[in-house]
Design a protein around this ligand. Structure first.
Ligand code: CA
Length: 230
């Protein structure tokens, strides 16, 4: 995941860069609005963190230019002031979410993952194995028969599908639950939900593999291909 971090506070930018890299992001840092604008319009990023108070070109202007160029990558805006005006103008200019400084890194990470889930073009009528998955309608079915999933199971499947070529950690799963439902789900229940979801995925051609010490991976069973209709 390529991430642009536009932040002029060098100490904060350095700390965030280290933590984001540890969390698996490729980070490019822009110390001012002019560099941010240049990089955003030049390179394909998956997501951006944009401070509103940037030198040279302010964050709102960068955001407006980005949207005017019809770039629809998810943008998380950082505001120094807990000012309603800032938030409203940020969201009006096309921010997908915002955080007020100071914030905790786990919260930032959870927001980023939520935005990436939302942003990934895996929407209506996608077929993976025998599973038909409709993110917008929050519906999944197998051979036309709808799959009964609890909200947690749904989020778990959504995350596994989103990261389907990568290992999903327990922490990511717990963070996704917390972000969506405001719960503080314990990590211990992850196994329970993985077990339930495994049973529900029987016959779909998909299986959840446990990667010891790391997490879980959604993959096609041998002989069953994952296809995306064009
Ligand atoms: Ca600033």
């Amino acid at each position: 995941m390529n991430l642009l971090l536009a932040e002029d506070d060098a100490i904060l930018a350095d700390a965030l860069t280290v933590q984001l890299r540890r969390s698996g992001f490729e980070v490019e840092h822009a110390p001012n609005g002019a560099v941010a604008e240049y990089l955003l319009l030049k390179s394909p990023f998956d997501i951006a963190i944009l401070d509103l108070g940037l030198p040279m070109v302010d964050g709102l202007t960068v955001l407006k230019k980005l949207r005017a160029a019809r770039r629809n990558l998810p943008v998380l805006v950082l505001t120094a002031l807990d000012s309603l005006d800032d938030r409203v103008s940020g969201l009006n200019a096309g921010a997908d979410d915002y955080l007020t400084k100071p914030f905790d890194f786990p919260e930032l990470k959870a927001r980023l993952h939520a935005l990436l889930r939302r942003g990934r073009p895996l929407t209506a009528g996608q077929e993976l194995g025998n599973l038909n998955f409709d993110r917008n309608a929050r519906r999944a079915s197998v051979h036309g028969e709808s799959l009964e999933l609890s909200p947690r199971e749904w989020l778990l499947l959504d995350l596994l599908l989103l990261e389907r070529d990568r290992v999903v950690t327990k922490e990511q799963i717990v963070a996704a639950w917390a972000q969506d439902r405001g719960e503080n789900g314990g990590g211990n229940s992850v196994e329970v939900y993985i077990h339930r979801l495994r049973r529900k995925l029987e016959g779909t051609g998909l299986q959840i593999r446990t990667v010891r010490g790391l997490g879980y991976l959604l993959e096609a069973e041998a002989g069953g291909g994952m296809t995306t209709p064009t």
